[in-house]
Ligand binder design. Structure first.
Ligand code: ZN
Length: 239
């Protein structure tokens, strides 16, 4: 009798571990989620890419990246957090005035996994409100912090007809690449395809090399015939 129960317990433990492992893999997948649309890149034959920046806006680095983009004549997409935007609404207004797109990167930058519907709702809606306070009028796409999502977040987004915008080129996620601006540029040029969505973090002092790489990425990709689009423009070119 005891052995029978031990067996059942063992099966349950194994099943639970397998489920948890599967959930973990799905939560960080770049191409699959349970509800709604997840977009790691856009399928197109045109040589177009979107340059996207996560987090912020933060004083100093925002002005710096704005001037680099302005010099290159490039419009980018900034996935801002509500908490940082609330502190720096003037920087948000500068991004919008310069013609860049703003996206929602949650309010508090928490992993949006195993969270309640009311938490998810606040994170999204409060950040949308702040984005609108900058004067931004375009569509607001969502990008989950750390690319993490499981049930509640994708369900909420799908109920509100919103896409999750991920990325397919993430040079500064690899320490050996992200620690050197030259390597970041090389990595982007080697891995980009028509319709790619490039993710960079340029806001914090620890990401100086990413900020330094932006000019090289613009020059390198333009030299290969690529045009830069905002995320919304890129989505409209889907074939
Ligand atoms: Zn982030």
């Amino acid at each position: 009798m005891l052995r029978k129960w031990l067996k059942i317990l063992l099966v349950l433990v194994v099943a639970f571990v397998a489920l948890a492992a599967t959930g973990f893999q799905i939560s960080k997948s770049r191409t699959f989620q349970f509800f709604g649309e997840i977009v790691p890149r856009v399928s197109t034959n045109q040589k177009v890419v979107a340059l996207t920046f996560d987090d912020g806006p933060i004083p100093g680095s925002t002005e710096e990246v704005l001037s680099i983009l302005n010099e290159g004549g490039v419009k980018a997409t900034f996935f801002v957090t509500g908490a940082e935007l609330e502190q720096n609404l003037d920087l948000g207004r500068k991004l919008v005035a310069a013609g860049h797109e703003l996206g929602n990167h949650s309010f508090s930058h928490s992993r949006m996994v195993l969270k309640t519907p009311s938490f998810v709702k606040f994170e999204i809606e409060r950040t949308d409100e702040l984005i609108r306070q900058t004067g931004y009028q375009g569509p607001i796409h969502f990008r989950p912090p750390y690319g993490k999502k499981l049930f509640v977040l994708p369900y909420y987004l799908s109920q509100h007809s919103r896409k999750s915008i991920i990325w397919d080129v993430e040079p500064d996620s690899f320490p050996e690449v992200g620690s050197d601006a030259g390597k970041i540029v090389e990595y982007v040029l080697a891995n980009v395809k028509p319709g790619s969505i490039i993710l960079l973090h340029v806001m914090y002092p620890s990401r100086k090399e990413s900020l330094k790489s932006v000019k090289g990425i613009i020059v390198g990709l333009k030299g290969r015939g690529y045009e830069f689009k905002t995320v919304s423009e890129l989505l409209s070119l889907k074939t």
